[in-house]
Every structure is written in C-alpha cells, then in structure tokens.
Design a binder for this molecule. Structure first.
Ligand code: GUN
Length: 296
C-alpha cells in the first residue's frame, strides 16, 4: 500500500482563506479588526523564526499584529506588566507568549496571567480544564490542526484506536482530549511505555509528538492506519553537501520514518508541509474566534 499524503500546506491555505473572509466580514460588519499580540522574550533563534512567520501570516489575513520583543533579562514584573496591558487593550483579541521562556521566568505563572478569553494558545489552566471536561474552550493550535486533518481523512473517528506518542501539555495531552471528544479509544504513550511497538501496532490513528527524529518505523504501523507526524527535527544531511563555511547542510524530518511508514499507512502527513502550516492557520482561526466572542 502507498499512503495518501495529507497536504497540510493546501489545508492551511484553505483555512487561512476562510479566516481572511471572516476578518473582512468583521471589519465591514462591525468595524472591528481582529488583533493578535505575540510576546517573545530573549534570543532563541528558532523562536524568532516562529514569531516572524506568525506576524507575516497575521498581516496577510488582514488582522492587526502587535509584536513585543523583550530582552533576555526581562523581569517577571515587567513581563506581567505587559500581559496586564494586553489583557486590558480592546484592540488585542489574542495573546501568545512564545515558549520556551528564559529559565528565570515561570511560564505557568505568565500563561495563567493571560485573560483566558484571549489565550489563543489554549494553555491557560481554565482552557485546559474546559477542554478536559468537554466544554467550549480555546483549543491548542497544533492538536486542533491535527484534528481538522483527521476529520478530513475519516468520515467518523468514533470507536477508532488512537495512540498519541508524547505527553506534553502543548500537544500530547490536549490531542488525547480532542480524540476522546471524538469518541476514539485513546492511549497516551511516552518514554516509559513498555513495548511501544506493540502499542502502536494496535492503532488506527497514530499521532507522534516526541521530538525524536524518525523514531517510528514502518513496521510499527497497522496497514491502512492514519499517521500524523508532529515532529520537526533538524538533522545533518551530508547528501546535500557542505555550506560555504564547511559545515554540513541540514534538513527537517519528523518523528516518524516517512518512507517506511508511507508504504504501510493509509494516510500520512509529511514533514515539512504537514502539521506545521496548520498550526499557524489554527492560531489565526483562534484569534478570529476570540474576536467574535468578544464582540458578541
Ligand atoms: N513554542 C513551541 N510551540 C509553541 C506554541 O504552540 N505556542 C507557544 N506559545 N509557544 C510555542
């Protein structure tokens, strides 16, 4: 079998188009422009790239983008002061604090200071609790993007065996909650899981979110299963040659071994071009949702 490749980029473009239409409707109908504030503390190069991409996508959707880049040595008091200011700003409908924060800042404290109705990441403890009890909440962007793709592949997810590999607060746990909400039978596997291969072999749906390059081989996959790869890992790619400075070029790979898994799976997301583009599109969608809820 050769799997259907789930085109996350095309999915994301469609979703971003719908978001842009909704933004136009809000501007024309209510005179309100959805606004997203992104807070970045410190110099983490990957975070700078993510924040730049979020800004670009926000502006392209016709929304307001408020970027706050703070120095590495920003104090908790300064950061909390900014969050208070953004919470009170009627032009800001969504607030995202880019993680990870520098070690001296307590990310739980900072995230829980965000007004839950503006918490477009869905990380605030109120939103976590609402999702866990099946109530209306802000849903974390990466799991939401995965769910939208899964719903497209399957007419119904009800009763399917889903294995989520990874138990992070950002992806693994909320993904499991969403799948449970779809009436899947959900297993959360992690680094201490015994005989992971056997656990994964029982899955109709595999969501891999561990951050270990090519960790899931094709012979773990049940024939016809759907594989969603959340991993974004940079590895050396000597086959691409050397850079001018003599260092080896790199490439992105996921948490699953794409080639061997694609031979067995029914459908699979590629890396890049799978889950990644959907995450940003869902962030924009959550911001529009927050704006709609704030304006009745
Ligand atoms: N860092 C890596 N992923 C995320 C995310 O989804 N949200 C935030 N705020 N920070 C991140």
């Amino acid at each position: 079998m050769t799997a259907r490749i789930i085109d996350g980029k095309a999915f994301a473009e469609t979703l971003r188009g719908r978001v842009a239409q909704e933004v136009t409707r809000l501007k024309d109908g209510l005179g309100v422009t959805p606004g997203l504030a992104v807070v970045l503390v410190g110099d983490d190069p990957a975070s700078h790239v993510y924040v730049r991409n979020k800004h670009k996508a926000t502006v392209e959707a016709g929304m307001q983008s408020f970027e706050h880049r703070l120095a590495e040595d920003t104090t908790e008091q300064e950061l909390m002061g900014l969050i208070d200011q953004l919470n009170a700003d009627p032009e800001v409908h969504g607030i995202l604090v880019q993680l990870p924060l520098p070690d001296h800042l307590d990310s739980d404290l900072v995230i829980n200071a965000i007004d839950p109705s503006k918490d477009v990441d869905g990380f605030h403890i109120s939103n976590v609790g609402l999702l866990g009890t099946g109530q209306k909440s802000m849903v974390p962007c990466t799991p939401l993007g995965c769910l939208l793709m899964l719903r497209d592949v399957h007419d119904s997810l009800s009763g399917l065996n889903a294995v989520v590999i990874g138990r992070s607060n950002i992806v693994g746990k909320p993904m499991a909650q969403l799948l449970l909400g779809e009436s899947c039978t959900v297993t959360i596997a992690h680094s201490r899981t015994k005989d992971l291969a056997e656990v994964v072999r029982g899955a109709d749906i595999v969501v891999a979110a561990v951050g270990r390059p090519k960790m899931v081989p094709g012979d773990w996959i049940k024939p016809g299963a759907t594989v969603i790869d959340v991993g974004i890992n940079r590895i050396d790619a000597p086959e691409k040659g050397l850079r001018e400075d003599g260092t080896v070029k790199t490439r992105l790979v996921g948490d699953v071994d794409f080639d061997s898994c694609a031979e067995v799976a029914g459908a699979i997301t590629p890396v890049p071009g799978g889950v990644g583009p959907m995450t940003i599109a869902c962030l924009l969608a959550n911001t529009v949702t927050a704006c709609c809820r704030a304006n009745g």
